[in-house]
Design a protein around this ligand. Structure first.
Ligand code: GYE
Length: 346
């Protein structure tokens, strides 16, 4: 077991008092930073649920932001699962900024929460704050995105997708299209947030697979920050500087959907003039796929809440948990999207 528990049990009363005081400080800090809406949809839920007998687990959760449909579904899953599991959730929205996440994690440490879970906006720069959590004896669960820390004892487990595999699946589909053997194929790539695990890995997996066919060339690659507006803006620029774009590979649905607007505004037909591959398979993406505007989507499952709560309970109880939990995922073409849409949860 990696995580030590304190030899003298902490008083529940004292712990709660510290938490409340620290939460008040965080609220004031966020308000002072003009960040008052940062916790929208958050707050602590539910207060002391499941506290009838023993004490409920308190989880500090630092979310990346609200940049995409995937993120919204992920947040909902975490909040609902916490409630169902009787875990008291301290939710903080970092608005895509690492400094906000570090602040939130320090605050969770001060509050002496039982477990910290977070989805790191970027991969690097986490060691100091993770060491602080370790020194405080608070286990950390990475959820959705990974960190690049060499010291893996700084976190208890990493729950999330295999993003390299997702990039490979996107590349594999393209490799199998008849057009890929017919002649040169000009690809533009909309990358996710610079320095984030999904952006790094989705680019890498895709590049590795398409390298098998020299016809397939990435002619432009730039970040759209995983947002719809970012995807639209960057695609507009791509269209201006590259008259012959055959394929768009977007690291998420939202950027792909923004790009579709740019493509249509340029008088081209998305899904036909420019083939589009995206990642996530959220409802809006699946609808565009079913409508023929996207050609292929690699699924990335945002419903991590139930597994996260299960892992949290185990780690707090001192039980052994696997160091890596990978999410199961599939892929969709247009026909599969039509079939799956009516029962799609997110
Ligand atoms: O694909 C994207 C979101 O980290 C897997 O983040 C997540 C990614 C997801 O903004 O839509």
């Amino acid at each position: 077991m990696r995580w030590t528990t304190e030899s003298t049990p902490r008083s529940t009363f004292r712990r709660r008092g510290v938490r409340l005081a620290a939460a008040a400080v965080l609220a004031l800090t966020l308000a002072a930073c003009g960040n008052g809406g940062a916790d929208a949809g958050g707050g602590s839920a539910p207060a002391d649920a499941g506290d009838s007998g023993g004490e409920s687990i308190v989880m500090g959760f630092s979310q990346v932001g609200a940049e995409s449909g995937w993120r919204t579904a992920n947040t909902k899953s975490v909040q609902e699962s916490a409630e169902e599991a009787g875990i008291e959730l301290q939710f903080s929205d970092a608005q895509q900024k690492q400094e906000n996440q570090i602040k939130a994690i320090r605050n969770f440490i001060q509050q002496q929460v039982d477990v910290i879970a977070f989805s790191p906006v970027v991969e690097s720069g986490w060691d100091p704050v993770l060491q602080e959590a370790k020194r405080a004896g608070i286990p950390v669960i990475l959820t959705d995105r990974a960190v690049d820390s060499a010291d893996t004892s700084l976190y208890a487990t990493f729950l999330g997708s295999d993003f390299i595999e997702e990039g490979k699946k996107a590349g594999q589909w393209l490799l199998e299209q008849p057009e890929s053997s017919a002649g040169p194929v000009n690809i533009v790539e909309l990358q996710g947030t610079t320095g984030s695990a999904p952006a790094i890995d989705r680019q890498e997996g895709f590049a590795e697979v398409i390298a098998a066919n020299p016809n397939l060339k990435v002619v432009a690659s730039q970040t759209g920050d995983f947002t719809r507006s970012g995807g639209k803006q960057v695609m507009e620029a791509f269209l201006k500087s590259n008259p012959d774009i055959d394929v768009l590979y977007a690291h998420n649905d939202d950027m792909g959907l923004g790009a579709i607007e740019a493509i249509e505004a340029a008088g081209k037909v998305p899904g036909q003039d420019i083939k589009i591959i995206t990642v996530d398979a959220v409802k809006d993406g699946m609808q565009a796929l079913a409508d023929g505007k996207i050609n292929y989507i690699v699924e990335c499952n945002p419903l991590l809440g139930p597994q996260l709560m299960d892992l949290a309970k185990k780690v707090v109880a001192g039980e052994q948990i696997p160091p890596r939990v990978v999410t199961e995922e599939t892929t969709f073409d247009q026909a599969a999207a039509k079939e799956a849409l009516p029962t799609r949860q997110y």
